[in-house]
Design a protein. Structure first.
Length: 174
């Protein structure tokens, strides 16, 4: 059985770093959702314009299809993706029973990280991301990890959570 884990959170929370390290540790296929964005989305974000749901929908469906393709090939995945809203996570679950690792921390810490990196998403959009962020719901399989932990501790915690077993062993998701 394949498994599909989405490392989620606002921009600057460390999704790409932690997801890549988790994938390496467990031997699963990694992808960064940023690499799936169409040029128009990247241009909007570079200009400081938040994406709309209409902008995000085809991107999220492409990510869902990627996870499904990997699953059909017998590969488990770790995807770094913001997945900020329940409706976005529902789209990611279109073809697979995705599990979520939510990297959560204070806005000040995340903004400082964003200003220190070279990325198309400006720190000015961070407020809009926190505004739309919806915490994982009880019926969503996931764990919330605090960004006060070091990257190594975050990876250890994520892997320990994954080691508890596949989604099916924890009851139905919907």
């Amino acid at each position: 059985m394949t498994r599909h884990v989405v490392v989620m959170g606002v921009s600057g929370s460390g999704k790409s770093t932690i997801a890549a390290l988790v994938a390496e540790r467990v031997g699963w296929t990694f992808a960064d959702a940023d690499s799936f964005h169409p040029v128009a989305n990247i241009d909007k974000m570079r200009a400081g314009i938040p994406l709309t749901d209409a902008d995000r929908r085809p991107w999220l469906l492409a990510l869902a299809e990627w996870m499904a393709e990997q699953g059909r090939a017998g590969k488990s995945t770790v995807l770094a993706c913001s997945a900020l809203m329940r409706s976005y996570r529902d789209l990611l679950r279109t073809h697979v029973l995705a599990e979520f690792v939510h990297l959560h921390g204070p806005a000040e810490l995340i903004e400082a990280r964003m200003r220190a990196r070279d990325h198309f998403m400006p720190a000015s959009l961070l407020t809009s991301q926190f505004t739309i962020l919806e915490e994982l719901q009880e019926d969503e399989r996931g764990v919330v990890l605090d960004l006060v932990l070091t990257p190594d501790q975050l990876v250890d915690a994520a892997v320990a959570w994954l080691d508890r077993g596949p989604l099916e062993s924890f009851g139905p998701q919907d």
